[in-house]
Design a protein around this ligand. Structure first.
Ligand SMILES: Cc1ncc(COP(=O)(O)O)c(C=O)c1O
Length: 439
């Protein structure tokens, strides 16, 4: 309709600048007004193909009619009644469903939260309580949220920690298995996965006592870190080391869960069963909701030790129950797998044409394309990837970046091949233009 930001968007951007704190940095001036399926519309009537899903939240698409109806029905019946003080059915039903869809054929317990960070906090506290151990392990480039506990695990960008530290003592960060840019400058598989043994030999045996370590927080596929997929065999080997020392594996599936990768949870691609899982983002299709699903025996904390007011809100639980049904009935795991396979194939074809695309990786519809200045040196094209993103936005594709220089493809799981093609046409135009600038 108009080159964004249009007049109505500009008016709101000015007002936003007056009233909204600048701690959030927006990707580009998309002022969203409505959404349907894979399309988001701005206040000036521009339509965008949504490869963001509101940052991996709208897995069943924008305003899925069944989710909308469930929210309306529940709001008419009961909006709130504090699950940590009383009882209500949608929460109990949702907890039951979550124990069914999460990996592990053992008995489980669920804690309900409001967000990803709050779920991570709960998992930190539950694992400390159960193990009576104070320490944690996490990964470099990880993202687990912004509250003090979650921030202490997060190691994605200095700006997220600067002037906020000290955080929760003690978290030791170890290198994530990022083979394209191996932190040890080794090559897989010749490396023998030194990055796993490093944790045992150089960290646990030297300065971070295993017997004082409650849990290791992992992302099965690193989200904010660049949509990085660990190599085959990595997690089973890690789990063996953790089990040797009775260190819990807490799998943060806030971004990668709820079908995003073609399985309910990304860890299912890697043949290990974590001890605890944190879930949020896509769980209730945009209504704030988080959850921790744990092996039953690990949630043995005493009554009153941890609670909240709004976690597991009935409206959010009603939405989440619909999300789970929709993913099953519309076969969205299958669609995520099929469309994701197609997306990767198309991106790999583009990689052949444009050397600026250094690597294409992902599972299901969690796909990253690393943009580099030179495929030999792999020098990150940090500015170029931002330019690409902005060109896409102006031409009707809402997509953002991840890590230092990766394009992040995370469309709703309801996406069709036609919409992928339309989105990739815009993306290719941007790649072409930015490639020209580089030469
Ligand atoms: C893996 C992961 N964990 C935790 C969080 C934090 O979630 P929230 O923003 O809901 O606090 C995020 C957010 O991007 C995430 O990607």
């Amino acid at each position: 309709m108009v080159t964004p930001p249009g007049p109505k968007a500009k008016e709101l951007l000015n007002k936003d600048e007056t009233y909204i704190t600048q701690s959030a940095v927006r990707w580009y001036p998309l002022v969203a007004e409505s959404g349907s399926g894979c399309i988001v519309k701005d206040v000036d009537g521009n339509q965008y193909i949504d490869f963001n899903s509101g940052i991996a939240v709208l897995n069943v698409g924008h305003s899925h009619p069944r989710v909308v109806q469930a929210i309306k029905d529940q709001a008419e019946k009961l909006i709130h009644y504090s699950w940590t003080d009383f009882y209500y059915k949608p929460l109990i039903d949702l907890a039951e469903r979550l124990t069914e869809i999460t990996p592990g054929a053992f008995r489980k317990k669920v804690f309900m939260a409001n967000s990803g960070a709050e779920a991570v906090e709960a998992a930190m506290k539950a694992s400390r309580w159960h193990t009576r151990r104070p320490l944690f392990l996490a990964y470099t480039s990880s993202f687990h949220g912004r509250t003090f506990g979650a921030m202490s695990l997060t190691a994605s960008k200095p700006v997220q920690r600067r002037r906020f530290l000290p955080g929760v003592p003690q978290v030791t960060h170890v290198p994530y298995p990022y083979c394209y840019r191996c932190p040890f400058h080794l090559e897989y598989p010749e490396c023998g996965m030194w990055c796993v043994d490093f944790i045992d030999e150089e960290v646990l045996k030297k300065y971070h006592p295993a017997e004082d370590t409650a849990a290791m927080f992992i992302e099965a596929i690193q989200g904010e870190g660049g949509y990085v997929v660990p190599p085959e065999g990595y997690f089973p080997r890690l789990k063996k080391i953790l089990d040797k020392y009775d260190i819990l594996m807490v799998d943060d599936e806030v971004q990668s869960g709820m079908g995003r990768t073609g399985k309910w949870f990304a860890i299912e691609h890697f043949g290990v069963t974590p001890d605890m899982i944190t879930i949020a983002k896509a769980l209730a299709s945009g209504i704030p909701l988080g959850a921790v699903v744990s092996k039953e025996e690990l949630m043995d904390w005493e009554g009153g030790s941890h609670a909240n007011t709004f976690g597991g809100n009935p409206v959010a639980c009603a939405a989440a129950l619909q999300v789970i049904q929709i993913i099953k009935q519309e076969r969205l795991l299958e669609n995520a797998h099929n469309q994701g396979t197609y997306l990767v194939k198309r991106l790999k074809e583009l990689q052949q044409k444009y050397p600026i695309i250094g690597e294409v990786r992902g599972k299901g519809l969690m796909v990253g394309a690393e943009i580099v200045k030179d495929p030999e040196t792999k020098e990150p094209a940090a500015q170029e990837v931002q330019d690409m993103m902005n060109i896409c936005f102006k031409r009707g594709l809402a997509i953002i970046t991840s890590g230092k220089s990766a394009m992040r493809f995370a469309p709703p799981l309801v996406i069709t091949r036609e919409i992928i093609d339309a989105g990739l046409e815009i993306f290719e135009g941007a790649v072409k233009e930015v490639s020209k600038q580089l030469n």
